[in-house]
Design a protein around this ligand. Structure first.
Ligand code: ADP
Length: 179
């Protein structure tokens, strides 16, 4: 497993290669669809690993808009909570980076409101939603860094990148942002 980390105030930002469903942070983030339904990619893996009760709870939430976030229990996951956020479907418009940043910031805000001290994100929007990973990595990391510089309480923000090539993209984006 590859790993790098960077300290911001009293918090740690960590990049690893790994599976979101196996993370032991208090919360994991689901790269959800608007219905909060099981599907492919991260959402499919999280619903499979958490179990059928997750879909029951999600159904009652009435969906989620792009850039917003909702919280459920983690059920069979190690994580106590799942924060579901809907990233933008990439359309090469000015709204894309704004919405992607909102997904990260609203997820972190919801974590803070629930006194969650550790959270793992996947690479939101860079799978089925088609966001180019180099651009998405810059937005993901700059949003998290901005939040951790302005807020205390979250001790660990981890990114679980599913491939070594995504890890390498995030690692070089992080190096550029902090240099
Ligand atoms: P989106 O619909 O927001 O694009 P996807 O779930 O299709 O979300 O993909 C987002 C990223 O998560 C992609 O890089 C994909 O390879 C990766 N991914 C897929 N499954 C997992 C998993 N189990 N753990 C971590 N990352 C995953």
């Amino acid at each position: 497993m590859a790993r790098v980390s960077y300290n911001i105030n009293d918090s740690k930002l960590e990049l690893i290669t790994g599976d979101i469903t196996e993370q032991d942070t208090a919360a994991v983030v689901n790269a959800a669809n608007k219905r909060l339904a099981p599907g492919g990619g991260v959402a499919g893996a999280i619903h499979r690993a958490a179990g059928a009760k997750l879909w029951e709870e999600c159904k009652a939430l009435g969906g989620c808009n792009t850039g917003e976030a909702k919280i459920t229990k983690g059920y069979n996951l190690k994580a106590k909570y799942i924060i579901h956020t809907v990233g933008p479907v990439y359309s090469n418009s000015k709204r894309d980076p704004i919405n992607l940043k909102s997904s990260y910031l609203n997820s972190l805000k919801l974590a803070s409101e629930n006194r969650i001290k550790s959270i793992t994100f996947p690479s939101i929007s860079t799978g089925a939603f088609g966001y180019p990973v180099e651009e998405a990595a810059k937005i993901a990391l700059s949003s998290v860094i901005e939040y951790l510089r302005q807020n205390t309480g979250i001790e660990l923000v981890r990114f679980a990148l599913f491939s070594k090539s995504d890890f390498d993209v995030y690692k070089s984006a992080l190096e550029k942002l902090i240099s």
